[in-house]
Design a protein around this ligand. Structure first.
Ligand code: PGA
Length: 270
């Protein structure tokens, strides 16, 4: 059986709090996590993705402990303009964001974000020296009708065909999140097993390879997301094509997230 993170690729676990934790809860989580991390080592990066109101406060607590900060959203153009309610990438960078999630299924489906907007958000993040974590995924219908490869192809084409061709693979991260496995959208389909995630990641890398070549595809960090929890992360992290995880529901409490991190570490050492 293979192991988990390929050392030549980045490893990253992100707690994606969405709108679930307010700034007081975010503060308490960040403080608790920083305390637990003292003297601990993980063979991957750990990041928190707080809501915008809490981001600066969480950054001040967590960066000294080595925890990375991830924005949940960013304005789709590099220059600020007249976009009430939006946060430009430069502002996120100034607040200390290392990463920002773009193309999340909730943004694509609920807020109608197009492939072009996702690409422009990724480009805006890159221009501000923030690493975009670009989510791609297939819906339940695409999954059940054999349309997974076509859905992924469309999303990676939308992304890569509009970004600079010489972009190094280390400048961004992809997250494969099957929409049917994310807690928000979950249907009665069973969650994929570790080997199923492995073959889905190979499919995603295969589509990227067609556009960017084998070296780029094999060097790109590829996270998995969709109901990742303390009781399944071990199996997912044992897969060689899984470089990390986006964690929603199981990151809402510190105990659950900590258990998940230690299980991921156990898989890495296995
Ligand atoms: P989940 O969320 O872990 O609750 O399924 C993941 C996500 O929405 O990115």
């Amino acid at each position: 059986m293979s192991f988990k993170i390929d050392r030549s690729r980045p490893g990253l676990v992100v707690a994606v709090w969405k709108d679930k934790l307010d700034h007081v809860q975010s503060h308490d989580f960040a403080t608790g996590l920083s305390a637990r991390l003292e003297g601990e080592r993980f063979p991957f990066e750990v990041a928190l993705a707080p809501g915008m109101i809490a981001l600066r406060e969480v950054e001040a607590i967590c960066h000294p402990a080595g925890v990375k900060i991830c924005g949940q959203n960013v304005l789709w153009q590099a220059e600020s303009g007249s976009f009430i309610g939006e946060t430009p990438a430069a502002t996120l960078a100034k607040a200390g964001a290392d990463y920002v999630i773009v193309g999340h299924s909730e943004r694509r489906i609920v807020f109608g974000e197009t492939g072009e907007m996702v690409r422009n958000k990724a480009a805006a993040a890159l221009a501000a020296d923030i690493t975009p974590v670009v989510c791609v995924g297939d819906t339940a219908e695409e999954h059940s009708s054999g349309g997974t490869a076509a859905a992924i192809r469309r999303q990676v084409e939308d992304l890569f065909l509009g970004l600079p061709p010489d972009l190094p693979p280390s400048s961004l991260i992809l997250a494969y999140e099957p929409v049917w496995a994310i807690s928000t959208w979950r249907t009665s389909s069973p969650l994929p097993t570790g080997p199923e995630v492995e073959s889905l990641h190979l499919l995603v890398r295969g589509e990227i390879e067609k556009l960017k070549g084998a070296d780029f595809a094999s060097q790109l960090g590829l996270l998995y997301g969709g109901s990742v929890a303390p009781d399944n992360i071990f199996e997912y992290f044992r897969q060689s094509e899984v470089d990390g995880a986006l964690v929603g529901g199981a990151s809402k409490t510190l105990d659950s997230f900590w258990q998940l991190l230690t299980e991921a570490r156990r898989a890495a050492a296995d």
